[in-house]
Design a protein around this ligand. Structure first.
Ligand code: NAD
Length: 290
């Protein structure tokens, strides 16, 4: 049993905490939205009403927040930033998807205090978070990773050490380039099928059984066909990832045409529908009848 502080209880954080509790860990939870803390209290988590309480005497502190500024704020900048309270020897694990450069910056600051900082972003969506089957891509000190591998295994099925600080986040950006491209090409295939009068459920079944099959076709195409765009992974979060991937590609002097074009499409979607709509709603930008 480990004592764990967990900060950020949104779509992903909540089911991840539930799996840690199920595995027998003692988890103290914090979110700026108090009702999310209360919901997890009912499930057996210890409620915290501040970052300070979330750190407590926990040996591991996990963050699952929207973007780089939130993680930097919680770790380094805010009034109660973790850096002020964590004891040397603590391991901080950021499981959010954020910038590899900001990750390195936070890693350095914690390193000066004798605190290990690991980047461990995830893939697999809400479904994977609930099932505890996330793919987890890890960067940071390998020795610290070995110490928390068992804890990560409560939330994920495939846990891969990718290299030094930031390597997990860079891996996640590669993942998001594919998520974006796949979502767009799948939207185009379904749009052509619909306009041509095909039965979209049959079309999807045919594609699943051939060379076009992928996770998105299995899990997301049925929702797209139904027009169910309830937020599971918000468009604003995918646009954040697209921008981070573009920033990284530019830093590496790499032209990535599909990625670069996807930015405009997601900006249009968010302008029209707001950032909370699910990312698969991009199909409406391809063909309005969805
Ligand atoms: P979310 O918006 O549902 O949850 C984020 C939570 O962080 C919210 O509850 C918010 O109140 C809390 N928060 C923000 N700032 C805070 C602060 N300063 N202190 C305390 N709490 C704070 O987002 P999500 O969908 O759970 O995603 C979290 C991260 O995981 C993002 O980086 C996202 O890109 C990534 N991710 C999401 C999915 C998905 O399918 N939703 C999949 C893989 C990765």
């Amino acid at each position: 049993m480990k004592k764990i502080g967990f900060i950020g209880l949104g779509v992903m954080g909540k089911p991840m905490v539930m799996n840690l509790i199920k595995a027998g860990h003692q988890v103290t939870v914090f979110d700026q939205v108090r009702s999310l803390v209360d919901e997890l209290k009912k499930e057996g988590a210890h409620p915290a009403s501040s970052l300070l309480e979330a750190v407590g005497e926990n040996e591991i502190v996990i963050t699952m927040l929207p973007n780089s500024p939130h993680v930097k704020d919680v770790c380094l900048l805010s009034e109660q930033a973790l850096i002020q309270y964590v004891e040397p020897g603590t391991i901080v694990i950021d499981m959010s998807s954020i910038s590899p450069e900001v990750t390195k910056e936070i890693n350095e600051a914690f390193g000066e205090k004798g605190v290990s900082y690991i980047d461990a972003p995830v893939s697999g969506g809400y479904v994977g978070a609930v099932a505890g089957s996330l793919s987890i891509m890890v960067g940071g000190e390998e020795q610290a990773f070995e110490q928390v591998k068992d804890v990560l295994a409560c939330m994920g099925k495939r846990i891969t050490y990718m290299g030094p600080s930031g390597a997990g986040q860079t891996t996640k950006l590669c993942n998001q380039i594919m998520v974006t491209g796949t979502t767009l090409t799948m939207s185009e295939a379904l749009a052509l099928g619909k306009k041509s009068g095909l039965d979209l459920y049959k079309l999807r079944d045919v594609l699943v059984s051939g060379g076009a099959n992928c996770w998105h076709l299995e899990h997301k195409a049925p929702l797209m066909i139904e027009g169910n765009f309830e937020p599971s992974f918000k468009s604003a979060l995918l646009l954040k990832d697209i921008n981070l991937a573009i920033e990284k590609a530019k830093a590496e002097q790499l032209e990535l045409p599909v990625l670069f074009q996807s930015k405009e499409l997601y900006e249009q979607l968010i302008n029209q529908e707001g950032g909370n709509i699910d990312y698969i709603a991009i199909i409406k930008q391809i063909y309005k009848e969805f």
